[in-house]
Write a new protein. Structure first.
Length: 41
């Protein structure tokens, strides 16, 4: 039987990874958009 503490830790780790992924995607999107605008000018 899995303890509640283990479930909590897994949730925290999963949430952390999700946030990191979103931050990484946002960062890449901003960099790509900046490069596109630089390329047009």
């Amino acid at each position: 039987m899995v303890g509640m503490d283990t479930v909590l830790v897994i949730e925290i780790i999963f949430t952390g990874l999700l946030v990191l992924a979103l931050v990484a995607i946002s960062f890449v999107s901003v960099v790509v958009l900046k490069n596109l605008f630089k390329g047009q000018n």
